[in-house]
Ligand binder design. Structure first.
Ligand code: G6P
Length: 606
């Protein structure tokens, strides 16, 4: 939620700052602003709209500067207006601040500062920061002390950075809960909400921890703890992602590129160190209760895990939406919380983990972004290695997380002797076939899926139905449709239809039914009942199934027939189809696919 980037170098930095902030747009794109130091004067430019538009309209690249910070906003406090856009300046113009997070006591601070004569131009919580810096600088004549005094006043969460005419060659930043990292290069230093902000320039990063602040100049940096003021020696983290994988590579949208990357990312999840998965399985085995938590897509991934692990290992691991988890009262030191998060920064999920930790429970996580807050907080982390996922809509990361959960289910089943080694090997070879199957489907069926999406893109309501493990697949598929196409899509267990929803069936609602392969006899038959129930009321059904062509003549309104695959990968293959269906519906509706409205990839506020 909100992105921060900063550069301090020897030459003009505006281009690097532009690239940095543009690569953080997935965190929010309501408005954008920069503060650039020119000798010892600060120039601030800001406006509503996306990064590219802003830089072009305001001619930002023409401003020469060696020190600058930038911000892309996802509005929380205050509407999307120019006045509410970061950076915010002190009244004398000597401080310019960008911030990600929420200052929870900002109302009190604002009242106090107003009484003291400070004027506010915005409705944001952030604007108290430059005023506090100004106030304390005037008292102490020292920027660092002014910062420390300011930080002591702030409640809530922040990753913040500022430049000041009093120290014109530096960027100063501080962190509590919201992510912030430094990029270290020769003669140039970078700052970013994540690695993407500087991955093109350096692979050496320093991840700031809560309670730390940093002062960065073009050829040095110092990190200190803001409670003790003691210097902290920080390890350099080597970024393993390559910058090419963050580029669009000829695809019209990141979403499509990332869907097409799935054969590779599934392979990466299958290549995760077996011993690491064993360690997590061991934690599950030893715990009294293991909870799977996530939000949005990752909550559905957790639900998928709940079904798969229950059927593979005969073990019920309840899944909960992270924001709900803190309401549970039976978490103990014998519990384990296994969180799932692409970004590793989601506030709700981090809070669930902190809550669990406070009860003495063990914590583990499946995370995509290395160095992220969740990856560093938990007792054991599985880095999924899916590479940067730029589109706000999660596709490849979610599918890879599911593959990891299947492996955990299988390993747990083996440990509990529910399956033997041979069955385990067989299941693993089935999973190994999956990347090739996805590749073939993407190549052979995407035209057909495009056609169906194009024929029905005007439909305003969709029901997504599935039973058993196909139910979380239906939920996740419906979420894709809502997020990217802004079309009402409701995921539901097939059995729910007859408990009220059938009344909704008419020609203004279409249904998609996720049908299991026939060998899953009971589930197959039960799912086919749903199809019959809808068709009996003349409702439209798009059936995604594995039967032979013509087997279900006239039963479906549209059908998408997939090649026969093992029941273990059937629901996952259907998810890939649903991702493409949502994508093509969104392109037919001319949606902003990679940056859909009212969404941010990484929600770091509660
Ligand atoms: C937000 C995003 C969703 C995402 C969820 C979890 O709600 O808009 O797309 O699925 O956060 O994100 P995480 O990074 O924790 O997987």
């Amino acid at each position: 939620m909100c992105g921060i980037s900063g550069v301090v170098g020897m030459k003009d930095i505006s281009n690097a700052l532009y690239e940095g902030i543009r690569s953080l747009e997935y965190r929010g794109y309501d408005s954008c602003g920069v503060a650039l130091m020119n000798r010892d004067k600060i120039t601030v430019k800001k406006n509503v709209g996306g990064v590219e538009d802003f830089f072009r309209k305001e001619n930002v690249l023409r401003i020469k500067s060696k020190v600058g910070i930038a911000h892309t906003r996802w509005a929380t406090h205050g509407k999307v207006t120019k006045n509410n856009t970061h950076p915010f300046q002190s009244q004398d113009g000597n401080f310019a601040v960008v911030h990600n997070g929420i200052i929870s006591n900002y109302r009190d601070l604002r009242t106090q500062l107003s009484r003291e004569g400070f004027k506010f131009d915005s409705e944001t919580d952030t604007e108290v920061i430059p005023h506090l810096l100004d106030k304390y600088f005037k008292q102490t004549r020292n920027v660092e002390t002014a910062l420390i005094k300011t930080l002591h006043q702030l409640e809530g969460t922040f990753a913040m950075a500022f430049i000041s005419s009093h120290n014109p060659d530096q960027i100063i930043c501080a962190k509590r809960e919201s992510p912030l990292m430094l990029g270290i290069a020769d003669g140039c230093m970078y700052l970013g909400s994540d690695f993407n902000a500087f991955i093109d320039y350096t692979k050496n990063a320093i991840v700031l921890d809560d309670g730390e602040f940093a002062i960065i100049s073009r050829d040095s940096y110092i990190v200190k703890n803001y409670l003790t003021r003691a210097e902290v020696t920080k390890p350099i983290t080597k970024i393993e992602w390559d910058s090419e994988s963050s580029k669009k590579g000829g695809y019209p949208h990141y979403m499509l590129k990332e869907i097409y990357e799935q054969p590779q990312t599934v392979t990466n999840s299958l290549d995760i160190q077996s011993e690491l998965l064993d360690e997590v399985v061991d934690m599950i085995y030893k715990s009294d209760h293991t909870y799977l938590v996530g939000v949005g897509t990752t909550y559905y991934v957790a639900q998928y895990g709940q079904y798969m692990i229950s059927s593979l290992a005969r073990e019920f691991l309840p899944s909960l939406s992270s924001d709900e988890f803190v309401s549970l009262s039976n978490v103990t030191k014998k519990s384990l919380v296994l969180a799932i998060s692409q970004s590793g920064e989601t506030y709700d999920t981090l809070s669930a983990l902190k809550f669990a930790h406070a009860q003495g429970a063990q914590t583990a996580a499946i995370v995509n972004v290395m160095g992220s807050s969740i990856s560093r907080f938990v007792d054991k982390v599985i880095l999924q290695g899916s590479g940067p996922e730029i589109c706000v809509i999660s596709t490849k990361a979610a599918l890879s997380q599911m593959i990891i959960l299947v492996q955990i289910g299988l390993k747990l089943a083996l440990k509990k002797k529910v399956i033997n080694k041979q069955q385990m090997n067989q299941a693993m070879s089935t999973l190994r076939e999956f990347p090739g199957i996805i590749e073939a489907i993407l190549n052979e069926r995407s035209g057909f899926i495009h056609r169906i999406a194009n024929a029905h893109y005007k439909m305003k309501h969709w029901l997504y139905l599935g039973r058993g493990v196909y139910y979380p697949i239906a939920l996740e598929s419906a979420l894709k449709m809502k997020e990217v196409a802004y079309v009402h899509a409701e995921g539901m267990p097939g059995g729910f239809l007859k408990h009220g929803t059938l009344a909704m069936i008419d020609n203004e609602i279409n249904s998609i039914v996720f049908i299991p392969p026939k060998e899953d006899k009971k589930l197959y038959e039960a799912t086919m009942h749903c199809v019959e129930e809808i068709r009996a009321r003349s409702g439209f059904v798009l059936g995604i199934h594995f039967d032979e062509r013509g087997k279900n003549k006239n039963l479906f309104s549209e059908e998408l027939i997939l090649p026969k695959v093992s029941p273990m990968i059937a629901p996952l293959l259907q998810l890939v189809i649903a991702q493409l269906f949502a994508y093509f519906t969104a392109t037919s509706l001319k949606r902003d696919v990679d940056k859909p409205r009212s969404l941010a990839k990484s929600v770091t506020v509660g």
